[in-house]
Design a protein around this ligand. Sequence first.
Ligand code: BES
Ligand code: MN
Ligand code: ZN
Length: 489
Amino acid sequence: MKYATRIASIADVKTPCLVTGVSQARRVARAQGELKLLDAALRDFQDKAGKVCVVQLAAGKTVARLLVAGGADADLDAATFRKIASTAAKTLKTLPVPQAVWALTSAKVKNHDLHWRASAGLSALANALYQFSEHKSKKADDNGSLTLRSVQMLADDRGRATVQRAVRQANALQQGLDLARNLGNQPPNVCNPSYLLKEARKLSRLENVRVSSLDEKRMAELGMGAFLSVTAGTETPARLIVVQYHGGKRGDAPIALVGKGITFDTGGISLKPGANMDEMKFDMCGAATVLGATRAAAEAKLPINIVTLVAAAENMPSGKASRPGDIVRTMSGKTVEILNTDAEGRLVLCDALTYAERFKPGAVIDVATLTGATIVALGSHASAVFSKSDELATALVEAGEWSGDRAWRMPLWDEYQESLKSNFADIPNIGSAGAGAITAACFLARFTGKYTWAHMDVAGSAFQGGAAKGATGRPVGLLFRYLCQQAGR
Ligand code: BES
Ligand code: MN
Ligand code: ZN
């Protein structure tokens, strides 16, 4: 989808579809001499958030269709505005129009400026209009043919620069979101570590982006015994992918993004139950979203430096797989007793996090579908954030609030570290006493003493199951906002 800015007053727009609230819709209809028609169509319409009505005006006039969004004329809070925008965007997706003009930018939203309103509308559109039909043999109707090509955000002269900035950022964000969702949705027989590397390499077409990778031989030389223990059971080689974006000044400390890229998680010898195991193809969504956020930042040409590390491997059982009880040595020198081969994310991440030290990062944020316990704690509405740094945790939670890609901070108190005790190695790979999301974060914390660090567990937010099964692209929206803030945009 292409987004653009349309500078016009609402009375002068010409479009196949205008998205707006009741009062502006009536102004347009009156100007076209079709107020009677509109009012008749709206007779039973409930003007409240979540309701929508599409009204055809007579052909040949400047606005051919009104997509009337309920509730849009009220004094709104942010959540209600998002609900209105999302309903409108989902309806727009079903209409046979090539282009639409979005006039909800002029809604009144408490404590939220025009830049936010435009961005929130654009993000509703990006979420609603996504499709993944690559593997359907018939690309017709319900699984493919979106007629919409572009949406124009309406602005007046005064709002021009602000809306243009939101549109520029949204076009960049869209690229990143689409990348993350496409990677997430690919089946695990396509999306393996080599595929992730191939797709990451495409980022080097963008200005100031360099992509490289470490193969298993190099990882062995570096002593990444934990990472390599996860890939021991598979035929598919693992990779540590490195994407560097240099948009900032030489010498500016980069922000490091580290993603869990388990392209399929069977659990290994600690085999998972069969039900819904297909969803473990989404266990690389952390990787997909850090690549997506990096793509968005590079597309937006943000004046910052970013190093993105993707720990890509497949967790399979076999005669060569790691066993519960195995002890491995991490790159940091610490030894780990693998008590459960299904707690594999932290094993690949701990070595990637040690490797991140060499980039002397200003901050490190890892993103991982790390624990089922996060889903128990937060469900799907919030990603979990863990950090010893109040500043970093707050910045991430605020970026989530702003972007609507929300996160919630969880404790990382030292008391929780006590459940990580091994009789035989320095540390076990699972905790002993509940709070599984926190003890997983505590495990990672043992490897991140040398820099400011935050961990995001996105097991509940990165993908959906059920009828709408698919990758959500979260937390690309949150990360992109965070990166924009760091870049002063
Ligand atoms: N990838 C899973 C976590 C997960 C589960 C993500 C469900 C999304 C949906 C992770 O590798 C895992 O298996 N974690 C175990 C840890 C346990 C063995 C300590 C879990 O959560 O059960
Ligand atoms: Mn697992
Ligand atoms: Zn996993």
